[in-house]
Design a protein around this ligand. Structure first.
Ligand code: FEO
Ligand code: CA
Ligand code: CA
Ligand code: CA
Length: 635
């Protein structure tokens, strides 16, 4: 197993791969078969390319491909050029400023941020968390409360006071646990500068140590019982909170993603179950060393603890004393975000991606209906989980996961959701990241960020990964965005039509399918779409978390970025470029929609950035406010 020193400069993806390499077995027959069907599907060969597939062969009205100057674009800004600067670049007429950063005090009794040490457990508990990701704004009596996920940490910056960033003491573990979770802050713009309202009654940190209720089918199940919670009904904490969701009844949804990387075993002979392996649990953690000071994270002492993570957690941001609720009905996997919409028949539908190579795309449909003005607080407690199966003819279906279809109990489906999905024959996907539902039309998009194992290796459950359907490229390094339209404009329908909105690629380097679809050109090209958020006009904001080397296949693509896509025309324009070695993720707007907030996560993750403070300062993940100089609405 690798040493900590070697892991410091690796991205989360690279760590995941190191700790839990995908099975080495190559299903040659499967690969060969898929290559044939891919050629057939794409129309006979690489020369035809992916563009015909995306905009041409679809049965959906995908909108005509955008041709410059054809008609007035709805993307009313001049495109930002790709770059590798250590700053943020926005279009002419727009400005940006930092709202807050990792370690910023939320309360007046917190010490000022200390970049030389990375702070202490006590300071971190009172301060904004690290690696901010998904977020949502809540308006209440003229006040604005921003909920922000704090996904993970960079060990070298968090533990700057330790050699090689290796956590050494119990306080280091406390600091690390407090840097994770959710930061809830009231925000306001005072003296022309956005910032946190210190000591607001709404300010709250939710961390790895916050008590929360387990609800839904898995509540009280034997698999969730631990020494500290013999009834299996109260979990402690949430961590690796990636994307998010928001409900019309005023709650925030935070999504537990790579929860596995925090567990380890002090007993090397501890036997990992097949279920643990499917979820990437291993004898070694990813360098966090939480088990050093908290036995919950030692598998040999608490083998059930991992079953209590990997869920959607519902939080009431307006009641700082409320207990968050783990919603097990929405399944357990590496949750990206939770895109909630109300179907025409009143049921709540939540679309959910499982971000792992070859894992699945899910849908939850509530048992009870949403009632405007009614008591909707427990609609996420009960319902049915479905998983997507895509057919090559641009049709697809949602497969219900029930005791009848899986041979598992409702609780088991909630806890071992991946296994249930494999049983019903779901389509293995190229790492489903954010799902976004168009507010002005019944259509849904999902970013499939990339998958170097496509057509090469099965997923961890042994399911084949043929290069077909919405995952058409072998060893997919660039990613794509799939769109589906539920039949009868009904989000609860069991059938849908699909096409690809974009296949990312590099037309400056490739002339095959890696060039991308026809709405990708040398000016707007990018790789690894991740964050997807619709604005009120029905424009799709696309955020990237990909290869920023600016070399070889990625030459000319620069740092990670944010683009805007028009679902009607297919046009895509780059709006923003982030600083070095960051990803851009998450979005929210102020009440008047004159400011857009985004997360700049892990700038300088490999040690090559001083953003945002400059000089020789440590890089800090930050929430950035973007607005127009003329004060007009931005999305
Ligand atoms: Fe935390 Fe899949 O991104
Ligand atoms: Ca992230
Ligand atoms: Ca993400
Ligand atoms: Ca990502």
């Amino acid at each position: 197993m690798m040493k900590i020193e070697q892991t410091q400069s690796l991205s989360f993806d690279e760590l995941d791969e190191l700790v839990r390499p995908a099975p080495e077995v190559v299903e040659f027959e499967e690969v060969a078969k898929s290559m044939v069907s891919r050629r057939g599907f794409l129309g006979g060969g690489a020369a035809v390319g992916a563009s015909a597939f995306v905009m041409g062969s679809t049965t959906l009205a995908a909108g005509k491909a955008f041709a410059a100057g054809e008609k007035e674009s709805r993307l009313a800004f001049s495109m930002v050029k790709a770059n590798t600067l250590d700053t943020i670049t926005v279009p002419e007429g727009y400005k940006w400023e930092v709202l807050t950063s990792w370690g910023e005090p939320m309360f007046s009794n917190a010490p000022a941020f200390n970049g030389a040490t990375g702070g202490t457990g006590a300071s971190q508990e009172l301060s904004f968390g690290d690696h901010n990701d998904g977020m949502a704004m809540f308006s209440h009596n003229g006040r604005q409360i921003l909920c922000v996920n704090n996904e993970y940490t960079n060990l070298n910056t968090l533990h700057a006071n330790r050699a090689d960033g290796v956590p050494t003491t119990a306080d280091d573990v406390l600091k690390s646990k407090a840097a994770h979770g959710v930061s809830i802050v009231e925000v306001s713009r005072q003296n022309n500068q956005w910032g946190i309202v210190k000591d607001s009654e709404f300010n709250r940190r939710i961390t790895v140590d916050t008590e929360m209720d387990i609800t839904g089918p898995a509540r009280g199940h034997d698999l969730l019982k631990t020494k500290a919670d013999p009834k299996g009904v109260v979990a402690k904490g949430t961590w690796n909170n990636c994307g998010n969701g928001q409900t019309p009844w005023g709650t925030y949804l935070t999504c537990e993603e790579n929860f596995n990387g925090y567990f380890s075993s002090s007993d090397e002979s501890f036997s990992l179950t097949p279920e643990m392996k499917r979820y990437g649990i291993s004898h070694k953690d990813w360098g966090y060393k939480w088990s050093m000071a908290d036995s919950r994270f030692d598998l040999s002492k608490e083998p059930q603890e991992p079953n209590r993570a990997g869920y959607i957690v519902e939080i009431d941001p307006l009641d700082p004393t409320s207990r968050p609720k783990k919603r097990t009905a929405l399944g357990r996997f590496k949750h990206e975000n939770a895109e909630l919409t109300i179907a025409s028949n009143g049921h709540v539908v939540v679309y959910l991606g499982d971000d792992e190579r070859g894992e699945f795309l899910y849908r939850f449909v509530s048992k009870h209906k949403y009632l405007a003005g009614g008591n909707n607080r427990n609609l996420l407690e009960e319902g049915t989980l479905y998983v997507a199966k895509f057919h090559d003819n641009n049709r697809g279906e949602w497969l219900a996961m029930t005791p009848k279809t899986t041979g598992m109990t409702d609780a088991e489906i909630s806890i071992y959701t991946r296994i249930a999905a494999s049983k019903v024959g779901a389509t293995t996907m190229d790492r489903p990241e954010w799902v976004a539902s168009n507010p002005n039309k019944v259509e849904v998009f999902c970013a499939l960020t990339n998958n170097k194992n496509r057509g090469v290796k099965p997923n961890a459950g042994g399911d084949a990964t043929p290069a077909t359907g919405p995952n058409p490229r072998v060893e997919n390094n660039f990613g794509q965005i799939v769109r589906w339209v539920p039949m009868n404009e009904d989000h609860t329908s069991s059938e849908f039509k699909w096409n690809l909105f974009v296949l990312a690629g590099n037309p400056a380097v490739y002339d095959d399918a890696n060039a991308g679809s026809q709405n990708v050109n040398q000016d707007n090209m990018f790789n690894s779409p991740d964050g997807l958020i619709f604005d009120s006009k029905g424009l799709l904001w696309i955020q990237t978390d990909g290869n920023y080397s600016n070399e070889k296949g990625f030459q000319g693509q620069g740092n990670n970025q944010m683009l805007v896509g028009d679902p009607e025309t297919g046009e895509i324009r780059r709006f923003l470029v982030g600083p070095k070695e960051c990803e851009i993720t998450g979005a929210a707007w102020n009440t008047e929609r004159t400011t857009m907030f985004i997360s700049v996560q892990h700038p300088g993750e490999k040690g090559n950035s001083h953003w945002p403070d400059g000089g020789q300062s440590v890089p800090r993940s930050s929430v950035v406010a973007i607005y127009r100089e003329d004060g007009a609405v931005i999305g």
